[in-house]
Design a protein. Structure first.
Lengths: 271, 279
């Protein structure tokens, strides 16, 4: 679905933001992109919708070399939701914001209004239909930015730090939505620092550090690898810390596993 | 001794049909570290604005009750007077930094108090030092990372020598390492300098063990307040959609509280108790 073939990119000469990155992301994957600040996460995802083109190597999205395509053409397949909704929202009202891309893609008016209604309903924005986006709260603007991308139904969805400023209930709702979209066959990439969110909801992880892919695999395996997390300046999820503090033979990020392993240790060796 | 006393506080924003804060009674002792949490839209930010007098002084709306900060009744004192006793750090530091260098930013408050030059200088040095950003003094706040900017915002408030710091989700936009570094600074200010801290935070796993007390807001009301262990191990908190730290979830499942009367808040406390060291 997305293929990075030995790509490199630098914003200023001599300093690589991405260096010889190889990555193959299949259809219907739900995957987290982790890495310290400046690791190259945002640079990587900007290559998927063609905002950036590799300076060497090749990026292929749904079989199309991004060098031979435009952002406008790729946008139909790849929806990118920015970290800061204020960098994305611009319309006069919530309704117009949601309709913007649909109208530009040339959808018939009844289809536009059907999808706008769906998005407002899905993200609990119906009451704000006529309201300017900048009058919404931070969390609501974040939902609107996501809604405005989802309503044109891209095959690949990329979210940059979707959980910042969201409470636990909203995070759980977001996770359920991502799982559902993923279950419907969409490829979902989540760029995030939120290790608890990844540990709870995202099965696969790609870890970047200093412009390189340093690990790729299951969240369970990577988020319990202490040396790896430290080398990428990432903090472990609390269940991994509990595993280490308990010196469990098999560290885990799964609550049930930890509860079961810990229950055998309660009371110490004297029992 | 209480440094903040709140009695019967209710508040509605102008043109809002529904009160954002309803009948809150709360007191904070000098030197306490209070963790404030609750779902989005529960009134936490509005409550912070009530503490530094922005509400009712700058926002209008309908205000009733009393908020007393270090002896000042907020409804009868200007925000600049309250600001010398209580500093408010916002979620997004970009919105509050405006000077050309970090040093000027930190000097801005004390300069506006018309303090002598030497005093301004020593306050700037001390604040930069406490927060650990002396090396950034000549940088422009614009070119700093989010975590560094948040530290500048904290240093700028410390230069006012407030007794209380209120921080409204100061780590929401920071990466985990920067977040931990900012939170550690707060813990240090609290234990070493005796600054009273009121911290609004969703990520309880990072802060629950630091706090003396935890207060939970829901729908404009203060619904729970007490020892963080009491609050996080209560049944009521489970129904509120708050992110309970995994260490607490594991301990609850193992019934460490009912069997042994233990309420660990961190992974290391949990492990010590399980391994028998604290039983």
């Amino acid at each position: 679905m997305i293929l990075f073939d030995d790509i490199s990119y630098s914003y200023s000469p001599g300093r690589y933001a991405l260096e010889h990155v190889n990555l193959n992301i299949g259809e219907a994957e739900l995957i987290a992109i982790l890495g310290e600040n400046g690791a190259g996460k945002t640079t990587l995802v900007k290559h998927v919708n063609g905002l950036l083109k590799p300076q060497s190597g090749r990026v292929t999205v749904c079989g199309i070399d991004t060098k031979n395509s435009t952002v406008a053409a790729l946008a139909r397949k790849v929806g990118l939701v920015f970290q800061n909704p204020d960098h994305q929202l611009f319309a006069e009202t919530v309704e117009k914001e949601l309709a913007f891309a649909l109208v530009n893609f040339g959808l018939p008016p009844d289809e536009v209004s059907r999808r706008v209604d769906w998005a407002m309903n899905e993200f609990e924005l119906t009451q704000y239909r006529e309201r300017p986006p900048f009058m919404l709260s931070g969390g609501e603007r974040k939902r609107l930015a996501l809604a405005s991308v989802l309503c044109y139904d891209p095959q690949i969805l990329i979210l940059d730090e979707p959980t910042t400023g969201q409470d636990n209930r909203q995070k759980t709702r977001l996770a359920a939505l991502l799982k559902r979209l993923n279950g419907e066959g969409k490829t979902v990439l989540v760029v995030t620092h939120d290790m608890e969110f990844v540990a709870d909801f995202i099965p696969r992880v790609v870890m970047l550090s200093k412009g390189r892919v340093i690990a790729e695999g299951s969240a369970e395996e990577i988020l319990t690898n202490r040396e790896l997390l430290m080398s990428a300046s990432l903090l472990p999820p609390q269940l991994a810390e509990i595993s280490w503090d308990l010196a469990l033979q098999r560290p885990s990020i799964d609550l049930e596993q930890i509860v079961s392993a810990a229950s055998k240790l309660v009371g110490g060796p004297q029992r | 001794m209480a440094i903040i006393e709140i009695r019967g506080l209710s508040y509605s924003y102008p043109d809002s049909p529904k009160p954002s804060i309803q009948d809150v009674n709360f007191a904070v002792d000098e030197g306490e570290f209070v963790l404030l949490t609750g779902p989005s839209g529960c009134g936490k930010t509005t409550f912070c604005r009530c503490l530094n007098g922005l509400i009712p002084n700058s926002y209008g709306g309908t205000f009733s009750g009393r908020v007393v900060v270090d002896g000042l009744l907020t409804s009868e004192h200007a925000v600049y007077e309250i600001a010398q006793r209580l500093g408010l750090v916002f979620q997004n530091p970009e919105n509050e930094l405006f000077c050309t260098t970090v040093e000027r930013e930190v000097a801005f408050g004390p300069e506006n108090l018309a303090l002598p030059r030497g005093e301004v200088r020593s306050r700037v040095e001390e604040s930069l030092g406490v927060v650990g950003i002396s090396h950034l003094r000549d940088k422009s706040p614009e070119e700093l990372s989010g975590g560094e900017q948040q530290k500048v915002a904290i240093a700028a408030l410390l230069a006012m020598k407030p007794k209380v710091l209120v921080l409204d989700e100061p780590t929401a936009n920071l990466d985990p390492l920067s977040a931990r570094s900012v939170l550690n600074i707060l813990a240090k200010l609290n234990t070493e300098s005796g600054v009273t801290i009121i911290l609004v935070e969703h990520r309880l796993e990072m802060v629950a063990h630091m706090a003396d007390r935890c207060a939970v807001f829901d729908d404009g009301r203060l619904v729970l307040a007490g020892d963080p262990g009491e609050v996080l191990y209560s049944e009521a908190v489970d129904r509120m959609g708050i992110g309970i730290p995994k260490a607490v979830q594991v301990a609850k499942r193992l019934a460490l509280n009912s069997k042994f009367g233990k309420k660990p808040l961190s992974s290391w406390d949990l492990a010590d108790i399980i391994k028998g060291g604290k039983l």
